[in-house]
Write a protein that binds this ligand. Structure first.
Ligand code: CAA
Length: 284
């Protein structure tokens, strides 16, 4: 199956990165969000990103214009009826996602594949909200999407081989490296990454070292591009907490208990970069 037209739902950081990558790979993108101002802002982010690539000589002005022309903004979800694939990238809220997938199931012809960019919610449960669980799959992109080469491709319990193959192939055509993963809490990426971040927070909480010291150890000692606390701020502390809760709930194992300091920060509104304050302070 050849996937040429994609609807991306969600105008946040992930949706914006996915729309950019898909349009850069020659796909026609319908980009939908309930908030048109948010999606206009997202388009500006993509345009600025492409301008940087033009300035660095990696993209011609014509190529940039052509990429942007392939992205069409829409407030009408009904337009999902004309695409081959929908990639959902809305907030990590199961009730919102299942309601959206139910709606898409009613709009899209039966051959349309419905993918979710969830970072940790069960694909099988999202698929069960539709009448086409074999056509539902996880496509977990990493942030920042244009830079990070990985996509975790998560099979729900009922995902068909045909759908898996089509999404695996598409991911390669988007210039990414797909990795097959089964549907268990946190998949692979967050099952490994989040306990590391949580442990880094415990290290600060217990007074073993300062925030800067923990990050320096992991950057210089392990060659990580960002320290775990800087990365937590980048991902969003609310997202980190929510993923730890999903691991804790899903495995019922105390090793996944979220650090009280993480909870405290989230309760106080310190959410990392997006709120201007997390383990570090951000000026803009
Ligand atoms: N969007 C697009 N491109 C971006 C970007 C963004 N938000 N941020 C940085 N870049 C690009 C820059 O343009 C730059 O490109 P060029 O060198 O080609 O000009 C390149 O990335 C490097 O950027 P910088 O020089 O500004 O900074 P850096 O060298 O520190 O790299 C980084 C930035 C790529 C983000 C790097 O710090 C990094 O890899 N950090 C770790 C990111 C990571 O672990 N992501 C996964 C998070 S977990 C996740 O996403 C899953 C989940 O479910 C929570």
């Amino acid at each position: 199956m050849s996937i040429q037209t994609i609807m991306v739902i969600g105008a946040g950081q992930m949706g914006s990165g996915i729309a950019q990558v898909a349009a850069s790979a020659g796909r026609r993108v319908l980009w939908h969000d309930l908030s048109m101002p948010l999606i206009d802002k997202g388009m500006l982010v993509i345009s600025n990103q492409l301008d940087r690539n033009v300035a660095k000589g990696r993209l011609t002005e014509e190529a940039k214009v052509s990429i942007l022309s392939r992205i069409q903004l829409t407030g009408a979800i009904e337009e999902a009826a004309q695409v081959d694939l929908v990639i959902e990238a809305i907030s990590e809220n199961m009730a919102w996602k299942t309601a959206l997938f139910q709606k898409l199931d009613g709009i899209c012809p039966s051959h349309v594949i419905l993918a979710t960019n969830t970072s940790s919610l069960p694909i099988t449960e999202i698929a069960a909200a539709t009448t086409r669980p074999s056509q539902v799959i996880g496509m977990h992109f990493m942030n920042p999407v244009p830079v990070m080469p990985l996509i975790e491709i998560i099979r729900g319990l009922e995902t068909s081989q045909h759908v898996f193959d089509a999404i695996f192939q598409l991911s390669k055509e988007l210039g990414k490296t797909p990795v097959e993963v089964q549907d268990f809490p946190g998949f692979v990426s967050n099952r490994i990454l989040m306990p590391m971040i949580n442990e880094a927070i415990f290290t600060v909480y217990e007074g073993v070292a300062t925030v800067e010291a923990v990050d320096t150890v992991m950057k210089l000692g392990m060659n990580h591009p960002m320290g775990p606390l800087e990365l937590a701020d980048f991902i969003g502390l609310d997202t980190c907490l929510s993923i730890m809760e999903i691991l804790h709930e899903g495995f019922k194992d105390s090793k996944y208990r979220p650090c009280p300091l993480l909870r405290k920060y989230v309760k106080s509104g310190r959410l990392g970069r997006k709120s201007g304050q997390g383990f570090y302070t951000y000026s803009s």
